[in-house]
Design a protein around this ligand. Structure first.
Ligand code: BTN
Length: 318
């Protein structure tokens, strides 16, 4: 109902009376007033004048379904958005609601108080400054193919960022860099049996409007944001939708024909690693190797001491 009221206000440039809305929606004027108060609480600036009605003056910079849907062209990804002002971690929450939530549900928070990165690292997620979201998926694929979706996600984010004409690179398997600094990280988590995935949670963190001064000393040289690179604020609503649009298009192709070629092409053509010497850290050891390419199964092809090897996941530093 709140969304319906918002839509009426959005599509009118003049005042809409409470009576008109109550007739249209079949609810009382006091119910209308209650929803308007809720919208105001969310940050909508709504002017109300006695005998005239309500007028929407300003929409807040928040990543709710009401604000994102105008840019969204998907069939199912992001059609159920659970939005939080503050949460510990969208990945953590998505896992708790996974069993009873529909495929393609997206959990988005304006702020994470315990955002998590790979290898148990912390992910800085200040309020309203980034896109902190998790996509919940229930694909009928083998658990051994799940890593492909991390690469597919990286390629979707790359596609969505392409329009900013920056030096953007994909650092296999799960980072996006701008001018060699990290702007986005992806954390894929899975619940599975040997031959069946129960669900996957793909967490995406993008530093959008973070200022340089907001990164701690440990991150200043390694991390960046779109705002730092471009010089002005970026529309988070549109970017969120663009990522989901690109993701669904690549994902449907993958599910339908087991075809990951488009995502692979993007990851190969825009790789930060191919032809470079990198340091590879595994739980057992670390060593330097040359990156040769990305194989059709999305593993990294490396040359280690003259031997060609494949890496399915791992910590790779340039
Ligand atoms: C990494 O580069 O180490 C992965 C970072 C992933 C961060 C995102 S933000 C949304 C989601 N919720 C989390 O707690 N983590 C992921």
């Amino acid at each position: 109902m709140k969304s319906k009221i918002l839509n009426i206000l959005k599509s009118s440039d003049t005042y809409v009376s409470g009576e008109e809305m109550s007739k249209k929606l079949g609810i009382s004027r006091s119910a209308i007033w209650k929803h308007i108060s809720q919208l105001k609480n969310e940050g909508y600036v709504i002017e109300s004048i006695t005998n005239n009605g309500y007028k929407l003056i300003e929409t807040p910079d928040i990543l709710t379904y009401d604000e994102i849907s105008q840019y969204l062209h998907t069939q199912f990804v992001g059609r159920n958005i659970l939005h939080f002002k503050k949460i510990e971690s969208t990945n953590k929450y998505a896992k708790t609601i996974a069993n009873e939530s529909v495929d393609g549900t997206v959990v988005i928070a304006e702020e994470q108080t315990a955002g998590r990165g790979r290898l148990g690292r912390q992910w800085v997620s200040p309020q309203g400054k980034g896109i902190w979201m998790s996509i919940l998926l229930k694909p009928d694929i083998l658990p051994t193919d799940a890593h492909k979706l991390t690469l597919l996600t990286a390629s979707s984010v790359f596609n969505a960022l392409k329009e900013y004409k920056l030096d953007i690179k994909i650092k296999w398997p799960n980072d996006i860099l701008i001018n060699n600094k990290k702007v986005c990280g992806i954390l894929t988590e899975m619940s599975a049996e040997l031959n069946k995935i129960n669900f996957l949670v793909i967490g995406i963190g993008i530093n959008v409007n973070i200022e340089k001064s907001e990164f701690g000393d440990d991150l200043k040289d390694k991390a960046t944001s779109l705002k730092i690179e471009i010089g002005n604020d970026i529309n988070r609503k549109k970017l969120t939708a663009e990522i989901l649009n690109n993701f669904e298009s690549l994902y449907l192709q993958f599910l339908k024909n087991n075809d990951i070629s488009k995502a692979l092409e993007i990851a190969r053509n825009n790789s930060a690693l191919i032809n470079n010497y990198v340091e590879i850290t595994t739980p057992q050891t670390n060593y330097v190797a040359k990156v040769i390419g990305i194989a059709d199964d999305c593993t990294l092809i490396i040359e280690n001491n003259g031997k060609i090897e494949r890496l399915i996941s791992g910590e790779v530093s340039l």
